[in-house]
Design a protein around this ligand. Structure first.
Ligand code: NAD
Ligand code: UDP
Length: 312
């Protein structure tokens, strides 16, 4: 049996990943410090015979024995990763060094969940893996995007220098059930606002674009990526359907049948103007592409938030 460590396993993506790995018969150790994750996300797994939880902050060394490591631990929402920017850098740098040191010692394969943020405010559309990005090294988002860039560097250097078996996934905006009500990202904010009848806060004029991937599609790709070990990545994972934030807000108002209006707030500093993945590599290597359409994924996410907010 595969023994698998999931760092950040109590978070949004990590908890879905734990579910899928357990369904596939793996023995899962979930490590999390609950910085942005939640016990609610993993409560249903507490009596599973092959699930184990360890509360641990990965900026400190971790000693255990596994075959594979999915390294997700890192807050993903700008609101969360900016609360304590220095800690975000520590998680990305010291945390990734610790997980790579662990992988090296126990000869485990390790997959890092990097981010489309490494492309920054991209000048190339859609973004292929070969694009080096346009990132502000001293801005408010740097703790995260430069953090992920150095985490990728560490992955590659441990691979080249110490022959650690690695894979880098560059994840583009992903959404779905188990996003926290206070997550602060666009889709969760808009749905919560629409369900409460509050104005939807579109930052700037809403013409900036993102490409939103439903969580089940993304998890499938992560698991497939762990299985192919012919090259170290990076591999873009996301949904290439690009949409403006204003359109997303309008769609959510329609799907929730909300009477909410749209209000505009100032655009955060360094907010990327356009983001869309080139997923040719993932298609070729994994035979993967997203299947869940935005409306379908939004419906499921709306149901999740209705439950959370106790709305019928
Ligand atoms: P999340 O915030 O829900 O999950 C991150 C988890 O990591 C949380 O449970 C948090 O408590 C834990 N964590 C944070 N710092 C830690 C530390 N020092 N020690 C131990 N645990 C720690 O975010 P998510 O959306 O599930 O993202 C998971 C991963 O995927 C992150 O690495 C993120 O950068 C990456 N990613 C996500 C997206 C997305 O759209 N969801 C996009 C790109 C990349
Ligand atoms: N955004 C918005 N209203 C919100 C939250 C976010 O208009 O309430 C915008 C944000 O400025 C960005 C886009 O939505 O242009 C996606 O933001 P999110 O935080 O979801 O992800 P990221 O910026 O990391 O891609």
């Amino acid at each position: 049996m595969n023994r698998i460590l999931v760092t950040g396993g109590a978070g949004f993506l990590g908890s879905h990943l734990c579910d899928s790995l357990l369904e596939k018969g793996a023995d899962v150790i979930c490590v999390d410090n609950f910085f942005s994750g939640s016990k609610d996300n993993i409560r249903h797994l507490s009596s599973h015979p092959y699930f184990e939880f360890t509360r641990h902050d990965i900026i400190h060394p971790l000693f255990l024995e596994v075959d594979k490591i999915f390294h997700l631990a890192c807050p993903a929402s700008p609101i969360h990763y900016q609360i304590n920017a220095i800690k975000t850098v520590k998680t990305n740098v010291m945390g990734t060094i610790n997980m790579l040191g662990l992988a090296k010692r126990i000869k485990a394969r390790i997959l890092l969940t990097s981010s489309s943020e490494v492309y920054g405010d991209a000048k190339v559309h859609p973004q292929p893996e070969g694009y080096w990005g346009n990132v502000n090294p001293i801005g408010l988002r740097s703790c995260y995007d430069e953090g992920k860039r150095v985490a990728e560097t560490l992955m590659m250097d441990y691979h080249r220098q110490n022959k650690v078996d690695i894979q880098i996934a560059r994840i583009f905006n992903t959404y779905g059930p188990r996003m926290a009500v206070n997550d602060g990202r666009a889709i969760s904010n808009f749905i919560v606002q629409a369900l409460k009848g509050d104005p939807l806060t579109v930052y700037g004029d809403g013409s900036q674009t993102r490409s939103f991937c439903y969580v089940s599609d993304l998890i499938q790709a992560l698991i497939a990526l762990m299985e192919i070990n012919e090259f170290p990545g990076p591999v873009n994972l996301g949904n290439p359907e690009e949409i403006s934030l204003l359109e997303v807000a309008e769609k959510i108002i329609k799907l929730t049948k909300s009477s909410s209006k749209i209000t505009h707030k100032s655009l955060p500093a360094d907010d990327p103007l356009r983001r869309c993945p080139d997923i040719s590599l993932a298609k070729k290597k994994l035979g993967w592409e997203p299947r869940v359409k935005l409306e379908e994924g939004l419906e499921k996410t709306i149901s999740h938030f209705k439950d959370k907010l106790s709305i019928q």
